[in-house]
Design a protein around this ligand. Sequence first.
Ligand code: F6P
Length: 366
Amino acid sequence: MEIKRIGISTGGGDAPGLNAVIRAIVLAGVQRGWECFGIRDGYNGLLTPEKYPKGGLISLNPDVVRGITHLGGTILGTTNRGNPLAFPVLGEDGQYHEVDRSDELLDAFAEHNLDALVAIGGDGSLSIAGALADKGLRVVGVPKTIDNDLDKTVATFGFNSAVYFATECIDRLHTTAASHHRIMVVEVMGRYAGWIALDAGVAGSADAILIPEIPYDINKVVEKIEEREARGRSFSIVVVAEGARPVGGDVTIQGKTIGQAERLGGIGQKVGAALEALTGKETRVVVLGHLLRGGKPTAYDRLLSLRFGAAAVRALAEGESGIMVALDPPTVNYVPLSQVSGRMKQVPLDCDTILTGRDLGTSFGD
Ligand code: F6P
């Protein structure tokens, strides 16, 4: 079937580069004579249109997407509480319940004559995209996440921007840590993968880096700090991934709301308190949190986003469906969504960046 109208959705946490993907899809789609529509807030624009006085769809043309390549966030809005397969619906008991509304969503696609969908998102959004493709919708996924934890793509857009900013923050913390002879603990996002902590930590010359893939022994970090003290280095920088956990312990979570993934966070405080108690050194904790998601994409992420957006349109035009565009240097490939969803890409323990850190004398708490 010939494509005439496509929908674009951005789901889950935002990431720098989303707007660049949207712009590339619209410009490449319009060249093929397609009409492009953005779905507001994941799929909410179609599932709860009554909440949008101006309509749940945004008509996207080259004028609307002009000058947005470098802008952070997403002009479509996003949500991580809008999974159509487990949509939070307020029941008569006053509690939220998860309801499968995917069939209603497909009906809404048909009602709006949307022939295909480009779903831009992380693991959760791409699993949803896979389920919609299985139900017969023509779908191409675009891998997004600052966490870089998606399998089958060398990189996701947003990751480079997060690492760039985290590294800048670590640089800044060095000067104040050195002046005050303190330990600075920096907690960074990344969910259950340590990519951001590892790359920013090594690039920013952290003294210790704690990642989920290597459960840590706090005494090993203390050893590293004391070894530095003995060399006259009176400050230390410790980068902690939000998903880091001690040997035999669990991840630290802030909570879990119905229809949402569990919220990680708080490990930085725990590590900071333990280091202060064990070393007797004044310690401060900085949580970078959502600062890593905000702001402009780096040039690398802009280019990757534009490449992914254009590749998604080429894929649809070639008749592909149920696939994700993926970075496979020097090209962008297509991989089946079934090979991506539910498979987290963690840092391999033998990866060169960990080896590099070890060769530089960085402690990984093991
Ligand atoms: O997946 C991206 C991410 O920023 C994670 O690194 C983090 O754990 C999570 O999203 C935070 O989500 P929220 O915006 O719901 O707090």
